[in-house]
Ligand binder design. Structure first.
Ligand code: 5GP
Length: 181
């Protein structure tokens, strides 16, 4: 039995993390792939759980060794999905979720056409900005960079199979369950 691959994207601050955490709590046969990143850990983030936090040199080495299924630069840092983890879990029959940016998502769709792509939308741009500021994890410069990337992310969302508005946790979860389960 082979598992299914789900790709979830959405702008920074859209609440993907909370939504996915709750989804994973309720559905044991789904696993979230842990990406590698060159970004610095935020307070509370754990190496190996949230991300594998690696150096630029280590990232270059992974690219050279063809270890990534996809990778992309986002807001000045690089992020990549490890091929070995995804292939192993899929062959064990687990459903895998990749929480990645839209550039990475489009790469996945071209390599694995039957992957299911879901884009999470904020209720509004104002709400998104408020959430991004409210979490207090980024500098003003980083927030501005992330807000600029929202436009291109939403532009790329036209290639996605499904769009889910995250206005209310329970409602958005129900929609995800209808698509994924
Ligand atoms: P953050 O720095 O807020 O954790 O993530 C920034 C962006 O990078 C988010 O859109 C997130 O989904 C994306 N991202 C996380 N891991 C990966 C990955 O492995 N590949 C790609 N392409 N994007 C990723």
């Amino acid at each position: 039995m082979v598992g299914k691959l789900f790709v979830i994207s959405g702008s920074s601050g859209v609440g993907k993390g909370t939504l996915l955490k709750e989804f994973l709590n309720r559905h044991e046969n789904f696993k979230l792939s842990v990406s590698c990143t060159t970004r610095q850990p935020r307070i509370g983030e754990v190496d190996g759980t949230n991300y594998f936090f690696i150096t630029n040199d280590e990232f270059d080495k992974h690219i050279k060794n063809n270890d990534f299924l996809e990778w992309a630069e986002f807001s000045g840092n690089r992020y990549g999905t490890q091929k070995s983890y995804v292939e192993k879990k899929l062959s064990e029959g687990k459903n895998i979720i990749l929480e990645i940016d839209t550039k990475g998502a489009l790469q996945i769709k071209s390599i694995i056409p039957n992957s299911v792509m879901i884009f999470i939308l904020p209720p509004s741009f104002e709400e998104l900005e408020a959430r991004l500021r409210g979490r207090n994890t980024e500098t003003e410069e980083a927030i501005q960079k992330r807000l600029q990337s929202v436009k291109s992310e939403i532009e790329n969302s036209k290639y996605f199979d499904y769009k889910v508005v995250n206005d209310n946790l329970e409602t958005a979860l129900k929609k995800l369950e209808n698509i994924m389960c």
